[in-house]
Design a protein around this ligand. Structure first.
Ligand code: PLP
Length: 374
């Protein structure tokens, strides 16, 4: 079976882990964590990076930093992972789901303005498949209305909007290093803070609500409970693994883009004949080759294609289920129909894409898809 995903290994992870084991200090915020944070800040121009245990973790910190109170409203796409919404639900926010664009799973910027009112505290965008939302329009809306902007950039490492790295455009951005991501540490992530006024509190929030960092840097005599918080600092073992991956990012990206482009070329005929739709990369967005997806005519066809590929030893998978239709939120949603989000829930199919996938395998998978549509 060709799996949907296989985690990348650089080959240097074990040596890095052995080195930190030798130091006999395995907690977080050690030298190797700092190396990862500094590399990310320098390469992508984030103001401040704190590594976390997951993107979920980072989103929870973001929601705390926004000081969301029960009843505050947060606008976010319905077509996203549950962590995007859960972080704000945990703070008592009312979630106002927006639809996706008709030609892309990303949030439809045109719809956001109608959803803003005096209770709106934040807009959360999700750059689906690492492809940027229409950020100029969204940044302008956030500024005009005095609303905070958060980027759920879980899939966005090494991706850009008009040459600016994703994750540098909002007040805060949250990234994932889960093993399904282009580079990873099994479970991991980071929060990028672009508004300097939020950095100090973010440090407290990730430190269980204590001023432990200030204590270690000699700014206070003892560390105390000063705020709410989470335990969100990854161990030196995770970050040693991550550092090996970060050093390989350019190599990984080159290979993933080759795979993505091969799929695109192989399946262009199906797109032209109207059998499937292929991913759209708008002019303002780069492609970090995180996901290769196609969009089928309807759910039945998508599900039949999944089975057909499975019979041919290929694991292809659907993606998010619209959150406004989810069992937890269905009776809390305001009833607006979000047909594009439902369309991507029902019709989108992701194909295998990982570093060690050969172009021969990509050709085989493409052939089987073309065969299905004959
Ligand atoms: C858009 C989005 N946000 C958040 C997450 C959660 O990431 P993590 O598994 O690192 O918590 C995911 C997971 O893939 C995601 O797709």
């Amino acid at each position: 079976m060709i799996p949907f995903n296989q985690p990348y290994y650089s080959g240097n992870e074990k040596a890095n882990i052995a080195t930190v084991m030798g130091t006999k200090v395995l907690t977080g915020d050690t030298e190797v964590s700092l190396l990862c944070e500094q590399l990310l800040e320098k390469k992508y121009k984030f103001k401040k990076v704190f590594l976390t245990n997951s993107c979920t973790n980072a989103l929870e910190i973001a929601a705390m930093l926004m000081d969301i109170q029960p009843g505050d409203e947060v606008i976010l796409p319905s077509y996203t992972f549950v962590s995007t919404s859960n972080a704000f639900a945990l703070r008592g926010a009312k979630l106002v789901f927006a639809d996706s664009k008709s030609d892309h799973p990303n949030i439809d910027e045109v719809q956001i303005e109608k959803l803003i009112n005096s209770k709106t505290k934040a807009i959360v965008v999700v750059h689906y498949a690492g492809v940027a939302c229409n950020m100029d329009a969204i940044i302008a809306l956030a500024k005009k209305n005095g609303i905070r902007l958060i980027e759920d950039a879980a899939q966005c490492i090494d991706s850009f909007y008009n040459k600016r790295a994703l994750g540098t455009l909002g007040d805060i951005a949250c990234f994932s290093f889960h093993e399904t991501k282009n580079i990873h540490c099994g479970e991991g992530g980071f929060i990028a803070i672009n508004d300097a006024s939020l950095i100090e509190r973010a440090d407290v929030l990730r430190n269980k609500g204590t001023n432990r960092s200030a204590f270690f840097s000699g700014q206070v005599k003892k560390y105390e409970w000063v705020d709410i918080g989470l335990s969100a600092i990854p161990s030196a073992i995770s970050t040693a693994f991550l550092y090996a991956q970060l050093l390989d990012i350019d190599k990984v990206q080159l290979k993933r883009k080759k795979i993505w482009e091969r799929y695109f070329r192989n399946l262009t005929g199906l797109n032209k004949s109207g059998k499937v739709k292929l991913p759209l990369i708008p002019d303002y967005a780069s492609n970090n080759a995180h996901i290769f997806y196609l969009i089928c005519k309807d759910k039945q066809e998508r599900d039949e294609l999944i089975l057909y590929l499975k019979k041919n030893e290929i694991q292809a998978v659907f993606h998010y289920q619209s959150l406004h239709r989810s069992p937890y939120y269905l009776d809390k949603h305001d009833g607006r129909v979000l047909s594009n989000a439902d369309y991507y829930s029902d019709c989108l199919l992701r194909l295998p894409l990982f570093y060690d996938l050969s172009l021969k395998e990509v050709d085989y998978i493409s052939e089987k898809i073309i065969e299905f549509y004959k």
